[in-house]
Structures are given as structure tokens and as C-alpha cells.
Design a protein around this ligand. Structure first.
Ligand SMILES: NC(=O)c1ccc[n+]([C@@H]2O[C@H](COP(=O)([O-])OP(=O)(O)OC[C@H]3O[C@@H](n4cnc5c(N)ncnc54)[C@H](OP(=O)(O)O)[C@@H]3O)[C@@H](O)[C@H]2O)c1
Length: 482
């Protein structure tokens, strides 16, 4: 019989699980149990990393027997049915008080369902978003656990020990109950989509309008990475743009097929935001831009459509680069502002007590959107925990305000020249919509009342009203049918 020596176990030893297991094993005093459905992966991991001292299990019974009580296991398998299959097995061999952590990219509503079902057995279930890809899993990811306070108390120390560290603080916090962790991880990924699309639009403008080569643009991004845009995504963009294809001698970016893939978390963010009624337009445009890029038949058919007759030539290239930089920063602020709006709305809908400033803090290292800029978000929520929109916080309002002339020049110039900037343009439109004194929504309400008697409210009187459109067009007081 296996002795219960391991303090934690990992189920699923593909790239993420094996790296996380190695990370856990590398911490002082940790013995880690490992299990994978097909034993070959377990054997390969053991052979490649004898230094980790893994306790390998061939089945779930052995796995459970190797774990000290209360048992804690992290599942790192393909999200969806495989996760359910593993949970079903673990529930058979675990006992009340044990903890099952799902570290995969689960849809948060699945996590809510799973947490409820597993709780009935007395076992704790924790959905934990883990960001940072394979490198993060190995060296320190940003971890977003949900689940009960009791489970957090028990597993918090070990998660803190393996998380990335930013300014001396581990990038992990108890996000909220049940699906809160996976919800916040989903929003993180949505923001990541927006950030990447905005960077791609900046690159496209620098290339097509500024006339810079990929290597020159790499230098521009490297320079931007020393200022307020400093972030992992800006840093890796410079690296990608500097890369030369060995086979052709061309910049690698020129030989990569221009069809962007997606694994679904961006779409989930937008779907959830639609349900919550939160405009995450920057994120939505980023998801749609990938969809458009991946529709080759439509793109081929549309090649013959008229282009712009305007050309956009810039006399002062330095000023143009600065305009693009400012437009990028302002649009990025909007993407984060919208992402945090979705977090606030999700917290209200699902009864989660999410500390926005803490979320910004745990994204400062380990994850894909890591950036110094996140400190500003933490500060904004520290100054005003009830802040209604991030973009209205003094620092961000100033930053967007000073970027505004550049932002408008870039969006207008791109529209005239026929260069697509869906994320830049929608972010600017969102900004103008948000700050508008009066919106054409009044007309929409009038239309809704006309065809569907949906009623409207007035600016000058309390109450709900309807115009008798097919009668004498007089106005009556009505029951609210919004
Ligand atoms: N945070 C990030 O940056 C990031 C990056 C990548 C992935 N992820 C998430 O992390 C998780 C693991 O990702 P990954 O790329 O390492 O692996 P993956 O390719 O998503 O999944 C492969 C693993 O799932 C196991 N598996 C599949 N179906 C199973 C089933 N029915 N029962 C038991 N095990 C099953 C496989 O076992 P076999 O070897 O037996 O087939 C293998 O261990 C996923 O949820 C993924 O979405 C996160």
C-alpha cells in the first residue's frame, strides 16, 4: 500500500499539468503525487524529472492513497467533459474535507454546477483560473481560485508558494465563492484578446502608414515597453517582429498565415457580457477580428470590392508614432475599464464579493496581461472602492484626455485610408458614447414604443408613457414594459 506522503497531487500531465507539478515539487518540503489517464505520460515525466521526487499513481485509488489528509488534488485536463470524468473518479476515492481544484480553463457556469454537486459529498471543490501558459505553470502563474473560504484557508499557503510574485506579493487571492475564479480568469482572457488586437492594429498602422519595417517596429515596441505601455504583450510583440524566417530570410510575421485562431475564452467573455448587459465592445471587436481573419472564402470574394481613394501620408513620422502610441494606450484603458465593468456585473449577478483592486494586483505578474499599468487600477479602486467606471478615475481620465487628439487623428485617418482599426475605433466610440450628455437612445425608445408599445420615460416628469401611434397620437400614462 502506498504511504500517504504527498501533500498535493496533480491529475493530467500534459504540458500545463506537468509544469505545475514540477513547480509544486520544486518548493521546499513538497512531495507531489501525479496521475495521468494514460500512464506513458506519467512515466515520461518521471524519467525526465527524477529530481522532482514525484509519487506516481497508476489509478485513482493509488493516487488517493498517496495523498496526506485532507487530500488536495489539482486537475489539469482538457476542459469540458474530461474535467467531469476526472471529478467523478476523484469523488469516488476522496473523503469529506478533501479538496479538488480544477485548474483548467473551465467555463464558470460549469464550475458553479460542479461546485454545487461536489459540495453535497462533503468534498470541497475549487475552480481556479491559472494564467501564464506553460512557462507560468512552471515558474509561477497568476492564480484565481474560487470556492469556499474553508478551502482557501487550507490550500491558500501552497498556492501562494507556487504563484508568481509581484513587488513581493504572491499573485493569488481568494476571488470569491464557486465560479468566481473561473469567471475572473475568463475576463482576463477577454482583456488579453483586446490587448493583442490593439497591438496588432498599432503594428498595422506603423507598417502601412508609417512605412516602418517589422524590425523597426520591433524597436518602437521595445521603446514603448520602457514607458506607460510596459507589459509582457508589448515585450513579446517586439520579439515576434524581430524574428527572421530561416527558410526565406523574410520577417517571420510576413510568412505567417494571417488567420488568427481562438480557443473560446474570448467568445465566452463576450457571451457572458451580453447576458449581463455590459458593453465589452473592445473585447468583442477583438474576437470578431479573429473570426473575420479566419474566413478565407469571404475575404477572397471581397478582394475586388472598392478600396479607399485616399492615401494617408505622414510628414512627421515621429509625431505619427506618438499618435499611435497614445491611441493604443487610450484604447487599452477602455478595454480594461470594460473588463472591470464585466467583473462588477458578474459579482452582482452571482453574489461574489470580488475585490477589484486585488484582481488587478494578482495580474501584475505570471499572467499574459501582466503590466505595471495594473498598479494604477489597484490604486484607483483603493482611492474609490465604489468607482463606477475605471476610465473616470482621475489617472485614467487624464491619460485618456491627453491622448484624445491623437486617438481621434488615428481613427479618422484609418477610416479615410481604408485601414481596419475595429478595436481602436470601437473603443473611441464607446468613450464618446459614455461621456455623451444625450444619446440617440431616446429615438430608439420612440421606435420601440411605436412598433411594440414598449413605453418610454420622459426627461421632465416621473412615470411611464405610451403614445397612441395608431390612434390620435396623444400620450397616455402606461405600465412600464421595458
Ligand atoms: N492557463 C493557461 O495559460 C493555459 C494554457 C494552456 C492550457 N490551459 C488549460 O489547462 C488545462 C490543461 O491544458 P494542457 O494544454 O496541459 O492539456 P490539454 O491538451 O488541454 O489536455 C490533455 C490532458 O487531458 C487529459 N485528458 C483528456 N481527456 C481525458 C479524460 N476523459 N479523462 C482523463 N484525462 C483526460 C489527457 O490525458 P491523456 O494523456 O491520457 O490523453 C492529458 O493529460 C486545460 O483546461 C487548458 O484549457 C491553460
Amino acid at each position: 500500500m502506498t504511504q500517504p506522503t504527498a501533500i498535493i497531487g496533480v491529475v493530467g500531465l500534459a504540458v500545463m499539468g506537468s509544469n505545475l507539478a514540477r513547480n509544486l515539487a520544486s518548493r521546499e518540503g513538497n512531495t507531489v503525487a501525479v496521475y495521468n489517464r494514460s500512464f506513458e505520460k506519467t512515466e515520461a515525466l518521471l524519467a525526465e524529472h527524477p529530481e522532482a521526487g514525484f509519487v506516481a499513481a497508476k489509478d485513482y485509488t493509488e493516487f488517493a492513497a498517496s495523498l496526506a489528509r485532507p487530500r488536495t488534488a489539482i486537475i489539469m485536463v482538457k476542459a469540458g467533459r474530461p474535467t467531469d470524468a476526472v471529478i467523478d473518479q476523484l469523488v469516488q476515492v476522496f473523503e469529506p474535507g478533501d479538496i479538488i481544484i480544477d485548474g483548467g480553463n473551465a467555463l464558470f457556469t460549469d464550475t458553479i454546477r460542479r461546485e454545487k454537486a461536489v459540495r453535497e459529498t462533503g468534498i470541497n471543490f475549487v475552480g481556479a483560473g491559472i494564467s501564464g501558459g506553460e512557462e507560468g505553470a512552471l515558474n509561477g502563474p497568476s492564480i484565481m481560485p474560487g470556492g469556499s473560504a474553508e478551502a482557501w484557508e487550507s490550500m491558500g499557503p501552497i498556492l501562494k508558494s507556487i504563484a508568481a510574485v509581484a513587488d513581493g506579493e504572491p499573485c493569488v487571492t481568494h476571488v470569491g465563492t464557486d465560479g468566481a475564479g473561473h469567471f475572473v480568469k475568463m475576463i482576463h482572457n477577454g482583456i488579453e484578446y483586446a490587448d493583442m488586437q490593439l497591438i496588432a492594429e498599432a503594428y498595422d498602422l506603423l507598417r502601412r502608414v508609417g512605412g516602418f519595417t517589422p524590425a523597426e517596429i520591433a524597436d518602437i515596441f521595445a521603446e514603448w515597453n520602457t514607458g506607460e505601455l510596459e507589459s509582457y504583450l508589448i515585450e513579446i510583440t517586439a520579439e515576434v517582429l524581430r524574428q527572421v524566417d530561416a527558410a526565406t530570410g523574410s520577417p517571420l510575421v510576413d510568412v505567417i498565415l494571417d488567420q488568427a485562431g481562438a480557443k473560446g475564452t474570448g467568445a465566452w467573455t463576450v457571451q457572458s457580457a451580453l447576458d449581463l448587459g455590459v458593453p465589452v465592445s473592445g473585447i468583442a471587436e477583438a474576437v470578431f477580428a479573429r473570426s473575420l481573419s479566419s474566413a478565407p472564402a469571404q475575404r477572397a470574394a471581397a478582394q475586388s470590392l472598392p478600396a479607399s481613394t485616399e492615401t494617408w501620408s505622414v510628414d512627421d513620422r515621429d509625431a505619427f508614432v506618438e499618435d499611435v502610441r497614445r491611441a493604443l494606450y487610450a484604447s487599452k484603458i477602455i478595454a480594461y475599464s470594460q473588463g472591470f465593468d464585466a467583473i462588477v456585473a458578474g459579482a452582482a449577478e452571482y453574489n461574489w464579493d470580488i475585490k477589484k483592486g486585488e484582481i488587478a494586483k494578482i495580474w501584475r505578474a505570471g499572467c499574459i496581461i501582466r503590466a505595471q499599468f495594473l498598479n494604477r487600477i489597484t490604486e484607483a479602486y483603493a482611492d474609490d472602492p465604489e468607482l463606477v467606471a475605471l476610465v473616470t478615475a482621475p489617472y485614467f481620465a487624464d491619460a485618456v484626455g491627453s491622448a484624445l487628439p491623437s486617438w481621434r487623428r488615428i481613427v479618422a485617418g484609418a477610416a479615410l485610408a481604408g485601414i481596419p482599426t475595429p478595436a481602436f475605433a470601437s473603443s473611441l466610440s464607446y468613450y464618446d458614447g459614455l461621456r455623451a450628455d444625450r444619446l440617440p437612445a431616446a429615438l430608439v425608445q420612440g421606435q420601440r414604443d411605436f412598433f411594440g408599445a414598449h413605453t418610454y420615460k420622459r426627461v421632465d416628469r416621473e412615470g411611464t408613457f405610451h403614445t397612441l401611434w395608431s390612434g390620435d397620437r396623444s400620450e397616455i400614462e402606461a405600465t412600464d414594459t421595458h
